[in-house]
Design a protein around this ligand. Structure first.
Ligand SMILES: CC(C)(COP(=O)(O)OP(=O)(O)OC[C@H]1O[C@@H](n2cnc3c(N)ncnc32)[C@H](O)[C@@H]1OP(=O)(O)O)[C@@H](O)C(=O)NCCC(=O)NCCS
Length: 216
């Protein structure tokens, strides 16, 4: 973590220019389309280099998700069974995070996606902070694809591999929808232990305070 300001006037090629920290809000049913759009666009980029992508695996996965996910999110957003938080930049939904409680009362991040044009501007960091704050003082799990930028970002935030999960466990295998699409995407189960969560949140709060002071 560093204390760089979330505000920036520059942008990666083709990306958005973000001048203010994103606004984080609880998603409502009205956000369903934007959430699915972020999921599909972020997934398309994130999986572009996986084995199987060269034969159309990513497009098959995206088509499959496009047929299932709107229904899934409509249900989640209408029955309130899971909290989803969105980040808005100048009114547009740039990304979202979905933190949940597991039956054993530990936490898990089951989705964390930012539209490609907003990536690299700390939108993901703001969402991560919201997810960690929401879940509270508990261990928090996540699973992501081995070798992706998302894995490196989780580790940047203090997540570590769950070594007690054996190599042949289902959690480490390519998830069924990806395998069906023809992609090879081994997974890495990760944990942010509660003490580490406290530390990283302190750093995030200090960085946000520093940014606010610099902007005032
Ligand atoms: C993962 C994702 C949500 C992150 O969103 P983002 O807006 O691009 O992320 P940010 O710009 O906020 O960067 C997040 C942090 O990672 C750091 N980071 C950036 N690149 C990194 C890298 N290659 N390795 C490690 N850390 C990195 C950033 O510095 C930032 O930390 P900081 O706030 O302490 O400086 C986004 O890249 C995405 O949607 N990816 C595709 C979907 C995906 O794989 N989601 C995760 C599923 S588990």
């Amino acid at each position: 973590m560093n204390s760089e300001s979330p505000m920036t006037a520059t942008s990666p090629a083709g990306g958005a220019v973000i001048k203010r920290a994103p606004e984080i809000a609880r998603a409502t049913a009205a956000d369903e389309d934007d959430i699915v759009r972020a999921l599909l666009a972020a997934s398309r980029i994130a999986y572009a280099d996986l084995p199987g992508a060269e034969t159309g695996g990513v497009e098959r996965l995206i088509a499959d998700m496009a047929s299932r996910k709107p229904h899934d999110y409509r249900k989640l957003l209408s029955d309130g069974s899971s909290a989803i938080f969105i980040a808005r930049v100048d009114g547009d939904v740039a990304g979202y995070i979905q933190p949940i409680y597991r039956p054993d009362r530990t936490g898990q991040l089951v989705a964390w996606h930012v539209l490609p044009e907003y990536q690299g501007h700390k939108v993901g960091s703001h969402l991560m902070r919201q997810g960690l704050e929401f879940l509270g003082d508990i261990d928090i799990y996540s699973i992501t694809t081995v070798g992706t930028v998302a894995e490196a970002m989780h580790r940047h935030f203090g997540f570590e591999e769950v070594l007690s999960v054996p190599p042949d466990h289902d959690w480490r295998k390519t998830p069924p929808p990806m395998a069906l699409a023809g992609l090879t995407a081994p997974q890495v189960p990760l944990i942010l232990e509660r003490a580490q969560r406290r530390l990283i949140l302190e750093q995030m709060r200090a960085a946000a305070d520093g940014s606010a002071a610099a902007g005032s």
